[in-house]
Design a protein around this ligand. Structure first.
Ligand SMILES: Cc1cc2nc3c(=O)[nH]c(=O)nc-3n(C[C@H](O)[C@H](O)[C@H](O)COP(=O)(O)OP(=O)(O)OC[C@H]3O[C@@H](n4cnc5c(N)ncnc54)[C@H](O)[C@@H]3O)c2cc1C
Length: 353
């Protein structure tokens, strides 16, 4: 009997759990280690901000799901691992040994020095964001015209800024402000220039003030000063900058760090595809690949290399009743895109409930 340890209950490992059969978890010992018994589905965070759903609607009870699949759950965090002795050390001080280890521990944005820790909200890690969000909601209702700043220029920042505007409009906070500050010269740089420009126009239409080519290097107690000297006052500042792993895990074309250690999701960087964006869609795709690869290895075979799909489907909220669907260099915006997104999101959530 082999021991397969899944460290982290991110989007990638949920796909492995989903693919496992009871027969497989009886023949071999599968263990899930994660500090949180829940996983939060990021695709639904904009709707949480918009006030359309509750935290429970985007919560996947990953520990319970694992147990139902015959996978042992250990509530702990991985501190270090040693590929040569096939062992991992946990924060609690205990040690586990493995035949195969897979790491899916996510990534976090780099911290920006702040004098306003209570008013600074990092979108990741999600459990911390969810706790802080309850606090922000109190600000939303107590303060008639809140001023929000979102730092970041990728899809997450765009969706958060849009969702905040929708929420404030619903609260009829007419003199509220939403600013988006990005160090890049254009939004969502992984998309074509045309798509970036269309996303920019949507934000302006939603009365989000966009500040490009601006680096936020320090957050003062109630304001930030941009490079051009402009001062932006805020009640809450959201950090949605791209995730950086503290320990980048460079994996080969089999998502392998060393012979029996794998990594997937935001904490994995593929040598062969350095420009592959970090997203939930990619994490899910890598999880499906790893599920097959691990099965193959346990059956004595050898897996084929991982190949990312050339185009990924991305759908970004663009208003209270619309979204923008992006597929390669094509995109369209409207109600239909939002309906497709809602259908994909509920299908994803139903897969675990
Ligand atoms: C607001 C927002 C909206 C987004 N919307 C989308 C979207 O619509 N579509 C999309 O494709 N992407 C979206 N993303 C990006 C997406 O959220 C991430 O790419 C995705 O979560 C990455 O998943 P993951 O599998 O790497 O791990 P994560 O989902 O980040 O989970 C990591 C897991 O590891 C656990 N963990 C952490 N440290 C340890 C440790 N030391 N030991 C054990 N466990 C540990 C955590 O508790 C957690 O369970 C969005 C991001 C944000 C911020």
């Amino acid at each position: 009997m082999k021991t397969i340890i899944l460290a982290g209950s991110g989007h990638a490992h949920l796909e492995i759990l989903k693919a496992l059969s009871i027969e497989e978890t009886t023949t071999n010992r599968f263990v899930l280690i994660s500090p949180n018994p829940q996983t939060y589905y990021s695709g639904l965070i904009p709707r949480l901000i918009m006030g359309e759903i509750n935290v429970s609607d985007l919560t996947i009870e990953s520990a319970q799901y694992a147990k139902r699949k015959g996978v042992q759950y250990i509530q702990d965090s991985v501190r270090t691992f040693d590929p040569s002795s096939h062992s991992i050390m946990l924060e609690s001080g205990s040690t586990q040994t493995f035949d195969i280890l897979s790491l899916n521990t996510g990534a976090q944005p780099a911290e920006i020095p702040t004098l306003a820790p209570f008013n600074t909200v990092y979108l990741k890690p999600f459990p911390t964001f969810i706790d802080k969000w309850r606090e922000v909601q109190r600000i939303c209702s107590a303060c008639t015209n809140p001023r929000f700043i979102v730092v970041g220029g990728g899809s997450a920042a765009v969706e958060v800024a849009t969702a905040l505007r929708v929420r404030l409009d619903r609260n009829q906070a007419r003199r509220s402000e939403v600013h988006l500050v990005s160090k890049s010269g254009r939004l969502c740089e992984s998309y074509s220039e045309e798509i970036s420009a269309a996303i920019h126009r949507s934000l302006l239409k939603n009365r989000v003030d966009v500040h490009l080519n601006e680096l936020v290097s320090e957050i003062q107690e109630k304001f930030i000063v941009l490079k051009n000297g402009e001062r932006l006052d805020f009640d809450t500042i959201f950090i949605a900058t791209p995730s950086v792993t503290t320990e980048p895990r460079k994996v080969d074309q089999y998502l392998r760090l060393s012979p029996d250690v794998y990594a997937a999701g935001d904490n994995a960087s593929l040598d062969a595809y350095p420009d592959l964006p970090k997203s939930g869609v990619i994490a899910v795709h890598q999880g499906r690949y790893l599920a097959k690869a691990i099965r193959e290895i346990l059956n004595g075979g050898s897996p084929k290399p991982f190949r990312p799909t050339t185009n990924q489907l991305n759908i970004l909220i663009s208003g209270s009743k619309s979204a923008r669907l992006i597929w390669g260099n094509r995109s369209f915006e409207g109600r239909l895109a939002l309906e497709i997104k809602n259908r994909i999101d509920s299908k994803y959530m139903n897969g675990f409930n």
